[in-house]
Design a protein around this ligand. Structure first.
Ligand code: ADP
Ligand code: ADP
Ligand code: MG
Length: 602
């Protein structure tokens, strides 16, 4: 049985509008822009959308009271351009700026610029963004507040000092970008001989993604669960938590499924984590909604501070569903200076009165059976499940075009029940009724995921997806097209040059690599994207598994590697060039050898 817990509708936790004359500019796109606009609509206040050219017909633009163009597709000239967004705020008469998540949401310079322009920043004091935005700084602050941190090293950027620290900490270790987010700039090293590569790769990705390549080294927890605590503070010193979320189902350090509350957590660990999160919130004078992320060692039950996200999170929805609190409303209210009206024990009281469990499935435009490659296309038909306890927060509507410029997450299906088994059963049904035509998505992948014993038992670690063999194609045949048909249909050349993407060998996924396939005399781009790095020259002899180039699509870097030993005959592209799916990238003097197995087609 599911329950309807749409935030605010029962009136008990309704957050009053702090100012009927306020106008909120949303410095974001996609589902989170629509989500913020929904709260503005509920309050009857004005909202302003901003958009880059590819988004001119996007739903968030149509749904806001007014909209301002901020630039072309290039992120730096649109959603990441502080001047363009401040200009839009001025033009539209906005009083508040809501950053959403991603993009500029954790940029101290943006928070400061918003405040300096006399606008209200829907986030914490810029100093909190700064201290928590740096994993180096955040670890220090957490330690200072008495919150346990993962054994690690954050005192130097000298490669030798970092390598020595890794030896002391003990392998396996993680190299993590200090400015990191969204799972980017994280590399594992299982032994000292992998350290240099891990460091270089983490730094390269960090520089590209965050413009800063500082790193920390941490002990790699081998049986980790990702549990986080939703916190809220205000400008009057209040600090409370709204319970836990379980986010252990991850791929490439990115969350795939989230739940509230976290299940299978012993009560002592749960209350200690929540108390630590509130202590940190209070300790730094945090005055907004935020999330304190922890790693829980599934073996020892120890918990460690991971990081604090100083913004609304993708998975705020599951907390909203179980607590009945509109977190965007809270965020805007406390930003305006309102005191927090929620009691410190709100979460416990609400759940004691009405037990609830909520699960969110991130729906992405990716081919789960073909190496999770990002997909582009046009949503020709969209059928969405409806009913009590079902919530659909989406970037897409029928007719939406999924371009290669942005994140591949196109929607979130959130289902809430009285218990975890109820919620899982309801999510299974809801996924069956979610139909997105014209685009390959991970909907079936979620159906498969819910069938796994770990999921059913609530017994997942962040390693679960990597350790579970993925079917080669959808196990629900007849429901969706074969992804391989879709992929080959997009390849325009008649050559036998399959680019096969290794699925689920663990190491590949950790390193995010995709390999070129067998017997090709050239490799083609598997999707539209931007060539970010060319690592070989004409005449180079390359070996099996050697990375030839990297392509960026939907904000992810995808290395393409040689399937076998061969020699580079020609390079058809340049760094910085945009390529289409099927474009020839590199040709070989001879086919990479056939007796190599790493790149065999699936
Ligand atoms: P959250 O911490 O809110 O749960 P994530 O940690 O998954 O969200 O993502 C952090 C940020 O990275 C988000 O703000 C989102 O915009 C961005 N992001 C999410 N998914 C991807 C992705 N597939 N590739 C790159 N960036 C992503
Ligand atoms: P980001 O800022 O990219 O979200 P996090 O520090 O939150 O980076 O880490 C992202 C994910 O990587 C975590 O949810 C967890 O799955 C994994 N992870 C991070 N640090 C460790 C660690 N020391 N040991 C094991 N897993 C880790
Ligand atoms: Mg994180």
């Amino acid at each position: 049985m599911t329950i309807n817990t749409t935030p605010d509708l029962d009136g008990t936790t309704a957050i009053p509008c702090p100012d009927p004359d306020m106008t909120v500019l949303v410095a974001n796109r996609g589902e989170i822009a629509r989500r913020v606009i929904r709260t503005c609509d509920a309050w009857g206040i004005k909202s302003v959308a901003v958009y880059a050219d590819p988004d001119k017909d996007a739903p968030h633009v149509a749904e806001a009271t007014t909209a301002e163009r901020i630039g072309p597709a290039a992120l730096a000239e649109s959603y990441l351009s502080i001047p363009a967004i401040l200009d839009a705020a001025k033009q539209s008469g906005a009083t508040h700026v809501h950053p959403g998540y991603g993009f500029l949401s954790e940029r101290t310079d943006f928070a400061e610029a918003v405040v300096a322009a006399g606008l209200i920043w829907a986030g914490p004091a810029p100093a909190s963004v700064a201290s928590m935005g740096s994993k180096i700084e955040a670890r220090k602050v957490a330690e200072h507040t008495g919150v346990p941190v993962i054994p690690g090293f954050n005192d130097s950027q000298d490669p030798k000092a970092l390598a020595e620290a890794a030896d002391r900490i003990g392998y396996p270790i993680l190299v993590k970008a200090s400015a990191g987010g969204g799972g980017k700039g994280i590399r594992i090293a299982h032994s000292p001989d992998e350290f240099d590569t891990a460091l270089t790769d983490a730094r390269t990705e960090a520089m590209r993604s965050f413009g800063n390549d500082d790193v920390i080294v941490e002990r790699y927890i081998t049986r980790p669960r990702h549990i986080e605590v939703q916190v809220v503070g205000d400008k009057h010193g209040a600090a409370i938590d709204l319970g836990t979320r379980e986010c252990s189902v991850q791929r490439r350090y990115q969350k795939v499924v989230e739940e509230a509350p976290a299940s299978n957590l012993d009560p002592q660990t749960e209350s200690a984590m929540r108390a630590a999160a509130v202590a940190l919130t209070r300790g730094i004078g945090y005055d907004s909604v935020g999330t304190v992320e922890f790693i829980v060692d599934a073996v020892s039950h120890e918990f460690f501070f991971l990081e604090m996200n100083t913004r609304i999170q993708v998975e705020h929805t599951v907390t909203e569903q179980v607590t009945g609190v509109d977190l965007i409303a809270v965020q805007l209210a406390v930003a305006t200076g309102e005191p927090l009206t929620l009691a410190a024990d709100h979460f416990d009281t609400v759940l004691a009165e009405r037990p609830a469990h909520s699960i969110e499935a991130r729906i992405t435009a990716e081919d789960p059976w073909g190496g999770h490659l990002p997909q582009t296309g046009l949503v020709s038909t969209l059928l969405v499940p409806e009913g009590d306890g079902i919530r659909w927060d989406a970037a897409i509507v029928e007719g939406s075009e999924i371009s290669p410029f942005y994140d591949s997450m196109i929607g979130k299906l959130i289902v809430t029940g009285h218990s975890r088994p109820d919620a899982i059963a309801a999510l299974e049904t809801a996924l069956l009724s979610l139909s997105i035509d014209g685009l390959t998505t991970n909907v079936d992948f979620h159906r498969w995921l819910l069938l796994q014993p770990e999921m059913r038992l609530g017994d997942m670690t962040t390693r679960f997806l990597d350790e579970t063999p993925l079917p080669r194609s959808t196990p629900f045949s007849g429901v969706s097209q074969s992804p391989w048909q879709t992929l080959s249909a997009r390849r325009l050349t008649p050559h036998r040059s399959e680019l096969a993407f290794d699925s689920p060998s663990r190491d590949d996924r950790w390193h995010g690599s995709a390999r070129s396939g067998d017997a090709g005399t050239h490799i083609e781009s598997p999707f539209p994207g931007l060539i970010t790095e060319l690592l070989v020259d004409v005449g180079d002899t390359v070996s099996a598994g050697q990375t030839l180039l990297t392509i960026e699509a939907m904000k992810m870097l995808h290395p393409l590697a040689a399937a076998g030993p061969t020699t580079i005959a020609s390079i058809e592209v340049a760094e910085g060039q945009q390529v289409e799916s099927g474009d020839t990238l590199i040709t070989f003097m001879q086919s990479p050898s056939d007796n190599d197995t790493t790149g065999s087609a699936q």
